[in-house]
Design a protein around this ligand. Structure first.
Ligand code: GTP
Length: 553
């Protein structure tokens, strides 16, 4: 009988919806039997067939009205169709009586290595040349080894048009894998440099994303595991499990769930253990139960936006980007699964794949932003901790530890600028009696008072330090020792002239100071020598009756 016809001289792609006819048979029937089945025109509502292991038949004919033979390519939109048996025959379409040839056939399958394919293409594709003025009749039997999402979205492309289109398509794949590879390497480097396990888990997550989609879009079979038929056909469940495992591992560490939400953390840990068990079962040959578990694992990642939101509400600041990233990805994943298994939203597989590629790129980028935010926060916390370790808690001045670091910095600066470095050691006079008379709290207030005066009288570049007890140090660069003496004297006079008011009592106080040159053109003292020398100067000041400054240049 006459088949619905499509003219191939279109220099474009032709969707077979509305043109081809389809039929369904229970088991693998022969072509002769199939030709006796009732066929009906394929309409858009017929495309998604749901999860099925029935054989679906398509039939149509290709007309070449041109005066030279035309090459064309035929393929569906699904990347994981298992078998496509194509029956075809060429016949003249003019009324000239000629013997009609028998059907030839070609089996396209992903149950054999990639090299056995007719075309070097990620989907099962059939190629044929229709002679000038001839018609090619085509019957196609489509099947899955085990029930899967059957779709009847097929197109015919003129050969040249197919080549152009697949080039553009592979360019997009290249860009997508490029972005993900850069993020994977970047996060690995971050993990090494910053010693951040989260970044390493993120790298594993990006790797598992690339693997999973490499399986789903057929590019992995084409380029990476061309001979590994087992991985191509049985690897999906393992890939889903690995993806979900890595997503959970990264999320648990990144959101610090063991601190923030210990119960959720434990639940996720058990889920991960179940995923490992399922993967082991799969490797031992189990199928149906693992299929269910792997779909469950994939579905369980849809909970991550909520986990992120809860963590954010509990004060994990960097969880917000995590939350946005997973929300977007969850929507994409849900749409992709709905599209494959139902007739909603009825998009083409290529459209779904493009959406997935864009959304995974944005997702992994957003997660990278989240990691960046976390790393910056850790760095801030580290600097704050370091700052705290260098501060005296009572007065807020630097402490002894800061003195050593600052001195080393000033030595380097002296080598560059040649400006001498001086050190003043200041000690309160008879401070013990202040404590004894007015109490320890009063003593504390007096110490803070001196700290304030020190800061008021020093410049931004000078370093004020509480060296211990009632001893303070001023470390600074100046043109000459007289300038330093003036500064220290101003501090001494200010301190002695303005008593401290505490609990309604006026506390009178004075201080003594020693000033020395630490580094100039002639002198370069070690920290130990500086302290010895300045101690001597201070001792002299105390010995001479206190409330004075002694300079030993
Ligand atoms: N209130 C208060 N007192 C402190 C603190 N740290 C040390 N002191 C006291 O400071 C006093 C230091 O006394 P000394 O340096 O021995 O002697 P002084 O009484 O100041 O006498 P001279 O230094 O010889 O003038 C001790 O009584 C310490 O208890 C502190 O943080 N707060």
């Amino acid at each position: 009988q006459a088949l619905p016809a499509v003219d191939i001289n279109l220099q474009d792609a032709t969707r077979l919806v509305g043109i081809a006819e389809f039929s369904v048979s229970d088991a693998a029937v022969s072509l002769e039997e199939a030709r006796r089945l009732g066929f009906q025109t394929l309409w858009p509502t017929d495309i998604s067939r749901g999860l099925t292991n029935k054989v679906h038949w398509l039939r149509f004919s290709v007309v070449n009205s041109a005066s030279q033979s035309m090459g064309w390519v035929f393929h569906g939109d699904s990347n994981y169709l298992d078998n496509m048996q194509v029956y075809f025959r060429d016949r003249g379409d003019t009324g000239v009586a000629r013997a009609v040839p028998e059907f030839g056939s070609r089996l396209l399958t992903d149950q054999q290595p990639f090299s056995s394919r007719m075309l070097d293409y990620r989907k099962l594709a059939f190629e044929h040349d229709t002679p000038a003025g001839a018609v090619t009749d085509v019957y196609v039997a489509l099947s899955y080894e085990q029930a899967d999402a059957m779709r009847l979205e097929f197109s015919i492309y003129e050969r040249r048009y197919f080549d152009d289109r697949s080039r553009a398509e592979y360019l997009l794949f290249g860009a997508w894998y490029g972005v993900l590879s850069v993020l994977l390497l970047g996060s690995l480097m971050l993990a090494l440099i910053m010693r951040q396990p989260s970044a390493a888990y993120y790298a594993a997550f990006v790797g598992s994303t690339m693997l999973m989609w490499g399986l789903l879009n057929g590019v992995g079979f084409q380029y990476l595991w061309s001979d590994n038929v087992y991985l191509q056909n049985q690897g999906f469940h393992l890939a889903y499990l690995l993806f979900a495992f890595c997503a959970f591992q990264f999320s648990r560490h990144f959101l610090r769930l063991s601190d923030v939400m210990p119960r959720i953390n434990r639940a996720m840990w058990y889920a991960q253990a179940l995923m490992v068990a399922a993967a082991a079962l799969r490797l031992l040959g189990s199928h149906d139960i693992v299929l269910m578990l792997s779909y469950l694992a994939l579905a369980s990642t849809l909970s991550l936006p909520i986990v992120g939101l809860r963590a954010w509400q509990r004060g994990v600041r960097h969880a917000r980007w995590f939350c946005v990233a997973w929300l977007m990805y969850s929507l994409t994943l849900t749409l992709a699964v709905l599209n494959a298994a139902t007739s909603f939203p009825g998009w083409s597989m290529d459209a779904v794949l493009a959406m997935v590629q864009v959304s995974t790129s944005v997702e992994v980028l957003l997660l990278m932003v989240a990691i960046g935010e976390r790393v910056m926060q850790i760095d801030k916390e580290r600097r704050e901790a370091l700052n705290l370790a260098h501060r005296d808690p009572l007065t807020g001045l630097g402490n002894r530890r800061l003195l050593v670091e600052t001195y080393q910095r000033l030595v380097r600066r002296f080598e560059q600028t040649g400006v001498p470095v001086f050190l003043g050691l200041i000690d309160l006079d008879e401070f013990k009696s202040v404590n004894d008379r007015y109490g320890h709290d009063a003593g504390d207030v007096v110490l803070c008072r001196l700290a304030d005066i020190l800061q008021q009288h020093s410049r931004g570049d000078d370093t004020c330090i509480r060296y211990g007890g009632d001893e303070f140090v001023l470390l600074l660069q100046a043109d000459n020792v007289e300038t330093v003496e003036q500064i220290v004297e101003r501090i001494r006079i200010r301190f002695s002239e303005r008593p401290t008011l505490f609990g309604g009592q006026m506390i009178r106080h004075t201080l003594s100071a020693g000033v020395i040159t630490a580094i100039d053109q002639n002198v370069r003292l070690s920290p130990a020598e500086i302290l010895m020398k300045v101690d001597l100067a201070l001792y002299e000041a105390k010995d001479a009756g206190r409330n004075r400054t002694i300079v030993r240049a």
